[in-house]
Design a binder for this molecule. Structure first.
Ligand SMILES: *[C@@H]1O[C@H](CO)[C@@H](O)[C@H](O)[C@H]1NC(C)=O
Length: 445
């Protein structure tokens, strides 16, 4: 009996301690102020929640991306201009949540679980120009929310399950004001069924409240709106847009068959790798003037239109590796003055006359680093570098070799000498039987 009592007491003491530790952990998560006694047990959690602070061009950034955060900490510095909270677990934007960060110019909340924005959530953000809310769970947002954002110029809200009901009327009307052209692009209704896939930017606001407008909600609304067939264009909502440190459109592995038609014009990097794009059409990237990195690797590219890259004067890196290119059309690379790196490996380059353009362009852009330009067909040149192929093509009859061959009766010796003189990838037709044919021919003339 005594033993049992002692055991019981021990057990209760243990569990009390355990409870205390748990409360401590919880408290410190909320307040970020760790009582000394609990520091040891919570170090790990803090390490995960710690954010990175840095400056770029004299603007302060706080990078708290990918940290499983559910809320904003009271310990974050107040003078930051850019707050990066992408890919956390925030569910609700509560009243005055950002009120202390009065200098904020941009707020990145994409890829969280936000389903509710309280009316005063953005109170105090008088200077905010950029708000990113794409890839969340928002169904409705009231117009009042935006009263606190007088400077808002740029807002992304696509990939949210928008419920195009009466409640959304205010937001939709706001998005459709012509001067708000960078607010809410690409966002689409998910509900109700008859408005599914309509863009918030384009939908007739009257349709949101059919009861008020006396419209029969059961009637298919496409007829009212316009074309019965909606042409499916590829848009970039399937991709993720990252704002910092540069604007990056990440469309990696998205099963795309075409380049999105609505690339943000200020994108600096576009990753289209791992898709199923076969053709690059003319002027696909024409509005994207600042583009520096374009990744098209691992697609099914067979053909690039002559003006597909037109206007990409700033492009520095172009990745065309792992595609199905046989050659590059004359002129395709003409606008790419500043390319530094070109990846072209793992393409079935065909070494015939069409390949000369690429070689020619590279010769005139000697600073371009490039890899993987190897002939795959025809069989004759398989494995050769395109450079050597073109060189052999252009090579005139090497006179001194012809002379040395006429001088010697021992063909075998002459061949050996030549092998030493030439790079290993020398053209077969100059050392094989063909050369002898040529030699014979010349002698006859
Ligand atoms: C392009 O994407 C592939 C696959 O994601 C990656 O391996 C490659 O490094 C990228 N190229 C550039 C230039 O970033």
């Amino acid at each position: 009996m005594q033993v049992v009592t002692v055991l019981l007491i021990l057990f209760f003491c243990r569990s009390a301690e355990f409870r205390r530790a748990k409360n401590g952990g919880l408290k410190s998560r909320v307040n970020m102020a760790v009582p000394r006694a609990f520091r040891r047990s919570t170090v790990k959690r803090f390490a995960a929640a710690e954010c990175k602070e840095y400056s770029e061009l004299n603007e302060k950034y706080l990078d708290c991306q990918d940290r499983k955060l559910t809320r904003v900490s009271t310990h974050w510095p107040e003078d930051i201009l850019h707050m990066l909270l992408a890919r956390n677990r925030i569910q609700r934007l509560e009243d005055d949540m950002f009120a202390r960060f009065k200098h904020l110019k941009s707020l990145d909340l994409q890829q969280n679980d936000i389903s509710v924005i309280d009316e005063r959530a953005f109170a105090g953000l008088n200077k905010l120009t950029t708000l990113l809310l794409q890839h969340n769970r928002l169904q409705v947002v009231t117009e009042e929310v935006f009263i606190f954002l007088p400077q808002l110029k740029y807002m992304r809200i696509y990939e949210n399950p928008w419920d195009c009901s009466c409640e959304l009327d205010g937001l939709v009307r706001k998005l459709q004001v012509p001067s708000n052209r960078n607010l809410g692009n690409y966002a689409k209704c998910v509900w109700p069924k008859n408005l599914k896939d309509q863009k918030l930017k384009k939908i007739k606001p009257e349709l949101l409240c059919p009861e008020l407008e006396g419209i029969d909600p059961n009637q298919p609304q496409n007829q009212v709106i316009g074309p019965a067939f909606v042409i499916k264009e590829v848009d970039s909502t399937m991709c993720h847009t990252y704002m910092f440190p540069n604007i990056l459109l990440d469309c990696h592995n998205k099963d795309l068959k075409n380049v999105p038609a609505d690339i943000p014009p200020d994108a600096v990097k576009i990753d289209l790798s791992g898709n199923k794009i076969k053709h690059l059409k003319s002027k696909e990237f024409v509005g994207v003037k600042d583009l520096k990195i374009l990744n098209l690797s691992s697609n099914a590219l067979e053909y690039i239109d002559t003006v597909a890259f037109s206007g990409l004067l700033q492009l520095r890196e172009l990745d065309l590796s792992n595609n199905a290119l046989h050659y590059i059309e004359y002129g395709v690379l003409e606008d790419l003055y500043f390319v530094q790196n070109l990846w072209v490996g793992n393409n079935p380059w065909r070494c015939d006359y069409n390949i000369h353009y690429l070689d020619y362009w590279l010769k005139h852009h000697r600073s371009v680093q490039h890899t993987g330009l190897i002939c795959t067909t025809p069989e004759e040149f398989k494995g050769w570098s395109v450079y050597n192929y073109v060189k052999s093509y252009n090579e005139e009859c090497p006179k001194e070799k012809l002379i040395s061959q006429t001088d010697t009766t021992q063909d075998g010796d002459a061949d050996e000498e030549e092998v030493e003189e030439r790079p290993t990838n020398q053209p077969q037709h100059l050392i094989g039987p063909k050369e002898k044919d040529m030699y014979t021919f010349i002698r006859l003339t």
